[in-house]
Design a protein around this ligand. Structure first.
Ligand code: ADP
Ligand code: MG
Ligand code: ZN
Length: 637
């Protein structure tokens, strides 16, 4: 609304200006207006009579004139004369004079007529013109200023009037300064992309044998794995400009803006070829057309169509390569993946332990690490961390180091940083009391099951220092890169998660169990359900009983259709319940059989607040046999 008024005002102003100007010009042509420059003007009384100069001379001679006021350097005068026919009534008459003739003055003197010559106080001639022009000039200057300012104001009328033009919505970096060396842990992706560098650097190599250089590469992977970084590295290695733009910026308020942005982007790119265009979050525009809740988004479809047209429009060998990134390739429109568009897909995955190690090496280049700090141990402690997480981890550790006034990052800072990234900020430990005891039993319960069930990941540490939402925490060291998880492992995880509640139950009694196990129980339910419906690990057999429920709202299907009948649904519930009940019974048994060990462990935990995995094991060993784990946790302390 506001914008519209501004627009109207902008249009009205010039019109008003023209009107004013013409009024001014007309005004100066008006013969009467000359008076306006005379400060002491002859009274412009329209009722006043006029007479000719000759008649005036007659009047003077006949002695009827009593006084004369001369104005304008003798060009006119107002005469007071008596009319003998009308009882000598005084009349004021206006006379146009031929000029201030000395004869006239002499005559007036001779006749004894009082006269007065009013000085001409005209403004200097230049000033008059300026005076006339001043207002329009102010107006014009004002207009220019207004137009300027609104141009620079985002969303101002200036922008509204030229909205098709991209106002630097894409960024161009002439030189990214990123090299492949800066990207680590994604060696396969790097290999695939090294070829793209050659496409940009030495296209002749391919074109000479008649090869078409691919136009687009789609980088697929979870956030933070280094997709943007890779794209920059390609541009950096090839030494070409890097144009980047996020898919979400295509989709704008004004219909047609996205499409014109695409046009602009490609135009600019063609002017700067060879170059690389990077489109981040391409799923924002490239989603399956005509899908999604509430029907398709026309604007998005137009933008996508424009993108496809542009991609088809330029020759394969024009030196422009488009790299797009997404973490949802499943929702992309298939037209995008057609050969000749993003026909190459490169997946960028979360790094494995070796990858993490090399990423840590890259990011520790500019950090001071203490000598005995082993990056391998950090890499091992951080399964599931992406490149961005690891960069963040080292940075957090460096901040902690500075806060602790140390000269180099040590293991304890890394440890704290990992805990903080995973579980949140450290809180104040509870004071001794009943709830602290209960939490201690709960955590020891988790750790006990984790240690005594063979298939469970080993315990890394148990702590009563709260972090984030958790009042106490038991850390396990998951096997790195668990691509495949066995049924025994899943069962062990369910038991481990139930360990906390089982301990509360056994030690404090059924009536005293707390809400603290809420999160654990949720996990249990979801794991058990997946075992039944997705992994075919129940008596119902290897049947997938659930669609991929994550796709709702994200494009293709409005809802996931349920493939199962009511009878099966009931069976699923039964299976889940049986499985969890069985696991819980086993868990409770383990807790009951190790009551003494638990009491001891709780005592130590309350005293020390934190016990590490090795210490936990050595205390437990005095009471019972600990099964040999496939991997034992190597303490990083
Ligand atoms: P994405 O685009 O996949 O979400 P980015 O490329 O933006 O992730 O990564 C963010 C930051 O994380 C990078 O600037 C870099 O510091 C770090 N990073 C991510 N992946 C890697 C990697 N493989 N090697 C080195 N640093 C990485
Ligand atoms: Mg990115
Ligand atoms: Zn718990």
């Amino acid at each position: 609304m506001n914008n519209r008024w501004r627009l109207i005002a902008l249009w009205l102003l010039p019109i008003g200006m023209v009107l004013l100007l013409s009024w001014q010009l007309l005004g100066s042509n008006n013969p009467n207006s000359i008076d306006s420059k005379v400060t002491t003007a002859a009274p412009r009384n329209t009722a006043i009579a006029r007479m000719s100069y000759g008649r005036f001379l007659d009047y003077v001679e006949s002695g009827r004139v009593t006084s004369v006021d001369i104005y304008e350097g003798g060009r006119n005068a107002v005469v007071e004369a008596v009319d003998p026919e009308l009882d000598n009534r005084v009349q004021r008459i206006r006379v146009d004079l031929p000029g201030l003739a000395p004869e006239l003055i002499n005559t007036l003197k001779e006749e004894g007529i009082s006269f007065d010559i009013h000085p001409v106080k005209t403004a200097p001639p230049g000033l008059g013109i300026i005076g006339n022009l001043l207002f329009p000039i102010i107006l014009i200057v004002g207009l220019i200023l207004l137009a300027r300012r609104s141009n620079s104001m985002p969303g101002g009328p200036g922008q509204a009037m030229q909205f098709g033009k991209t106002k630097a919505r894409f960024a161009m970096e002439a030189e990214t300064g990123v090299k492949f060396d800066d990207v680590a842990g994604v060696s396969e992706a790097k290999q695939d992309l090294e070829e793209v560098v050659t496409f940009l650097k030495q296209p002749e190599k391919f074109t000479s044998v008649g090869a078409q250089i691919p136009k687009g590469v789609l980088l697929v992977g979870p956030p933070g794995t280094g997709k943007t970084l890779l794209a920059k590295a390609i541009a950096g290695e090839a030494g070409v400009p890097f144009f980047s733009l996020a898919g979400s910026e295509f989709v704008e308020m004004f219909v047609g803006v996205g499409a014109s942005r695409v046009r602009d982007l490609f135009k600019k790119a063609k002017e700067n070829s060879p170059c690389l265009i990077f489109i981040d979050e391409i799923d924002a525009v490239g989603r399956q057309r005509g899908a999604g809740i509430g029907g398709g988004n026309d604007e998005r479809e137009q933008t996508l169509n424009q993108l496809l047209t542009e991609m088809d429009g330029f020759e394969g060998n024009s030196g422009i390569i488009i790299i797009a990134a997404t973490n949802r390739p499943d929702v992309l429109d298939s037209a995008l993946m057609r050969p000749g568009r993003f026909d190459r897909q490169v997946s960028v995955d979360t790094p494995d332990v070796k990858g993490r190690l090399s990423i840590l090496k890259v990011h520790s280049r500019n950090k001071k690490l203490s000598d005995n700090l082993s990056l391998e141990n950090i890499a091992r402690r951080t399964p599931g961390f992406t490149g961005a997480d690891l960069a963040n981890l080292l940075n957090e550790a460096a901040i902690l180091t500075a806060r602790r006034r140390k000269l180099a990052i040590t293991l304890s800072e890394i440890d704290d940083a990992v805990d903080r990234i995973i579980a949140g900020m450290e809180g104040q430990p509870l004071t001794d009391g009943r709830s602290k005891r209960l939490i201690a039993y709960h955590e020891v319960g988790h750790a006990l099951i984790g240690t005594l069930v063979k298939a469970h990941d080993p315990v890394q540490k148990v702590t009563l220092i709260p972090r984030g939402q958790a009042k106490g925490l038991t850390w396990f060291s998951p096997d790195d890169d668990q691509m495949l998880v066995s049924k025994a492992q899943l069962k062990a995880r369910i038991m481990g998660a139930l360990g906390g509640r089982a301990a509360e139950d056994v030690v404090f009694g059924h009536a005293e169990v707390t809400t603290g196990a809420g999160g654990d129980i949720q996990q249990v339910a979801s794991m058990a359900r997946q075992m039944v419906t997705r992994f075919g690990m129940s008596d119902l057999g290897p049947i997938s009983l659930e669609g991929d429920s994550q796709e709702v709202f994200l494009g293709r299907d409005l809802m996931t259709r349920s493939d199962v009948s009511d009878a099966i649904t009931k069976q699923i519930d039964e299976q889940v319940r049986t499985m969890v009940k069985f696991c819980y019974k086993e868990t409770v048994d383990i807790v009951k059989n190790n009551r003494d060990a638990m009491d001891k462990l709780v005592e130590v935990l309350i005293e020390k607040e934190t016990i590490d995995g090795n210490e936990f094991c050595s205390i437990l060993k005095e009471y019972t046999n600990i099964p040999e784990k496939a991997r034992s946790f190597e303490s990083i302390k």
